[in-house]
Design a protein around this ligand. Structure first.
Ligand code: SF4
Length: 174
């Protein structure tokens, strides 16, 4: 049972970061093209103006997307509730921090899932240690920018290691 609820998405505590940062292509999941870092034309403040009819309007991809709580954590923990809409100078750093926090939360999700595996005691200790570091840490924007090239890499190597001595276990992290 997770000790924290960091993976719970709460759009009311976010600043529509996914609707700003993410790109999508016109097709079965999205009704038009959107470039990365371009506010979606359906945004109204921090709300989606077609939220109640996303699928009918041709956006099932938005319904399926879940940032795993990365957006609300970035806005509340890193930026103290501020928004790129009220503070345009924050736009770039908020986008970068959101991307970094998404990577943190993906690893939290994987590390939690690995708790069901029959790990060696040493590996279980490492899993718990990584999880504690990701969940308990209060991240700064700089640390989030450095995450993928640092701790994320250590965690991915850990997953490759445990997959190699758990026959039949799919490689995690990719
Ligand atoms: S359609 Fe709505 S939920 Fe999807 S990206 Fe645009 S504003 Fe966000």
């Amino acid at each position: 049972m997770p000790q924290t609820d960091h993976l719970k998405t709460d759009c009311s505590k976010c600043a529509a970061l996914c609707c700003l940062v993410l790109a999508f292509d016109k097709g079965k999941d999205f009704a038009f093209d959107k470039n990365p870092c371009e506010p979606c034309r359906n945004l109204s403040g921090h709300d989606c103006s077609i939220h109640d009819r996303l699928a009918q309007e041709g956006f099932p991809g938005c319904v399926a997307y879940d940032c795993l709580g990365a957006g609300n954590r970035v806005v509340q923990e890193v930026f103290g509730g501020q928004s790129w809409q009220q503070e345009p100078r924050l736009t770039r750093v908020m986008m970068e921090a959101f991307s970094g926090m998404c990577e943190v939360h993906k690893r939290i999700d994987l590390l939690r899932a690995a708790g069901t595996l029959p790990l060696e005691p040493r590996d279980e200790q490492a899993r718990r240690s990584f999880l504690d570091r990701l969940e308990q840490h209060r991240w700064s924007g700089t640390e989030l920018n450095e995450f993928e090239a640092g701790l994320a890499l250590e965690i991915d190597i850990f997953f490759h290691g445990i997959a190699s001595h758990l026959p039949g276990t799919p490689t995690a992290g990719h």
